[in-house]
Write a new protein. Structure first.
Length: 138
């Protein structure tokens, strides 16, 4: 399994295990796959990027950026901001367990952006999670 996929699975596992998140978005609406239209309310773990840290010859450290999309039908952006805050709390609660072969050296919620969808009925938050992963011998 790649470090990117290990982080993706661990993010979803953390979100569905966090009651503060699932009280706002049902666990079956927290997806790590493409879904159009996204459930409302819903969380979709989206795009990812892997960047070699470049600080060791062994090349065992990778910085991974994962985008999380939050969707909710509402007249304002209040609901997606509340969901984003619950995600932030879930992320800050502890380091990710990435399973055998990888160690989460650090992770954080790097940014959150909220916006209204052009349909006039949907709010959308885009959250970027940054994770520093170290490859370790299993």
């Amino acid at each position: 399994m790649s470090a990117d996929l290990a982080v993706q699975k661990a993010i979803r596992a953390r979100l569905i295990a966090t009651t503060a998140v699932t009280d706002l978005v049902p666990a079956n609406s927290i997806l790590d796959r493409n879904s159009r239209p996204a459930p409302r309310p819903g969380i979709v773990i989206g795009e990812a990027q892997e960047v070699d840290e470049g600080d060791s010859i062994s090349r065992t450290r990778t910085r991974i950026f994962h985008t999380i999309h939050v969707w909710k039908t509402e007249p304002s952006r209040e609901g997606v901001k509340i969901i984003a805050a619950a995600i932030r709390t879930a992320i800050r609660s502890a380091r990710l367990d990435l399973g055998a072969g990888y160690h989460c050296a650090d992770w954080r919620l790097a940014s959150t952006r909220t916006m209204s969808d052009p349909d006039g009925e949907t709010s959308h938050a885009v959250i970027v999670v940054e994770c520093l992963v170290e490859e370790v011998a299993p």
